[in-house]
Design a protein around this ligand. Structure first.
Ligand SMILES: [Zn+2]
Ligand SMILES: [Zn+2]
Length: 380
């Protein structure tokens, strides 16, 4: 397929199946790069948009038709004018959050909160707001201005990070979003310490990385909670000492391990964080404990009943977590180094599917037959 065409997985309306179609791709403009994607993970953020559970009523025209994907790795195929960070042939991964490198958050090592990402979920290219990807003549919305469920897309150089030569594209793609988010949520955001009793609720891509993060810092006991049997089995290989189907089943285990004081760290990584999960997670959180909310909730306000007395008197904390509070510029090389040393198991998380089988990949992921589906493109 020529450089200005690409196979791509597109959704034309709320809750429709992915269609793998040919799209038109314009050449990169100033500050942009054409990337040939090799591997792209299915992150639940894409699914929130496809299913429409995070699309406000009446906003469908802003999102569809949508080219999905934001967790990916590939090779630079062409550079636009003024690109300084990359050359043709460089191996790169996507950064779902563009990084300007100069705002307060970037210069203080909090690149995932970059002020330059404030419009990264709206239509148009990061560089100039124009469209460079069309399907049947219609401009496409690109997930996180990346659209990596495709053979090639044009993205801003600010949305890319270099990756080393000796790691696979599949491994690098997981670190570009889900694995960093899960790992950082356990290690950085929850601040897990040696000996802690840690609960991870939801052990798909994010949760499996959170389990490994907790194991690596020396958590005492790690309780995995997931209703899907395959996920519970895999959780044991990622460091869980216990694996149960529900938060209710985790409660007596936590009580026994902590003499009724509650868990030190509770990390919420299910597909959707409901008010019940948040409430029950906070009940499980013990004295001076930290509850980290990683998964997304339903759109809009969600009332959550909280026992304010025990929240105050037990010195509890609730923390949000974007990209595990890590800076992508640091997280990508350091987590790939842990992978190289065998301290972070990415290979067991990956199930490969060709781009054309994206709908099977998605149903396998939603029904818990894999940990992370990774689409492969361009012969990789
Ligand atoms: Zn993601
Ligand atoms: Zn910035």
């Amino acid at each position: 397929m020529s450089a200005n065409k690409s196979l791509a997985a597109v959704v034309t309306g709320r809750n429709q199946a992915w269609q793998v179609v040919e799209i038109d791709v314009s050449p990169p403009s100033a500050g942009e790069v054409l990337v040939e994607w090799a591997a792209a993970g299915l992150c639940h953020s894409d699914e929130h948009f496809r299913s429409g559970d995070r699309v406000a009523p009446g906003r469908d025209d802003d999102l569809f038709p949508m080219l999905g994907g934001h967790e990916a790795a590939g090779i630079v195929a062409e550079i636009g004018p003024g690109v300084t960070k990359f050359s043709v042939g460089d191996r790169v991964c996507a950064s779902f959050s563009p990084i300007c490198g100069t705002c307060t958050f970037c210069v203080s090592g909090r690149g995932s909160l970059c002020n330059g990402n404030k419009d990264f979920m709206v239509r148009g290219q990061l560089a100039d707001g124009a469209h460079r990807h069309h399907f049947n003549g219609e401009p496409l919305y690109l997930m996180a201005k990346l659209g990596t469920f495709a053979e090639r897309t044009v993205v801003a150089e600010r949305s890319l990070l270099p990756i080393p030569d000796d790691v696979s594209f599949e491994a690098a793609c997981l670190v570009s979003c889900g694995v960093s988010t899960g790992w950082g949520s356990a290690v950085e955001r929850a601040g897990t310490r040696p000996g802690d009793v840690v609960v991870v609720v939801g052990t798909g891509g994010l949760g499996s990385a959170a389990l490994q993060g907790a194991r690596n810092v020396g958590a005492g006991q790690i309780i995995a909670v997931d209703p899907l049997p395959f996920r519970r089995d895999m959780a044991k290989t990622f460091g869980a000492t216990h694996a149960v189907a529900s938060i209710a089943d985790a409660k007596p285990i936590v009580d026994e391990l902590t003499w009724g004081q509650g868990a030190d760290r509770v990390i919420l990584t299910p597909s959707i964080v409901t008010s019940e999960i948040l409430h029950d997670g906070l009940e499980l959180t013990g004295k001076d404990g930290v509850l980290v909310v990683v998964g997304m909730g339903p759109l809009g306000e969600t009332p959550v009943p909280i026992d304010i007395g025990s929240f105050a008197l037990y010195n509890k904390q609730i923390r949000g977590s974007l990209f595990g509070a890590l800076d992508p510029r640091v997280a990508v090389p350091s987590l790939l180094n842990l992978y190289r040393r065998g301290l972070l198991d990415l290979d067991s998380m990956i199930t490969r599917y060709p781009l054309g089988e994206i709908n099977r990949a998605l149903s396998d992921q939603l029904e818990g037959r894999n940990i992370r589906a990774v689409l492969t493109m361009n012969g990789h």
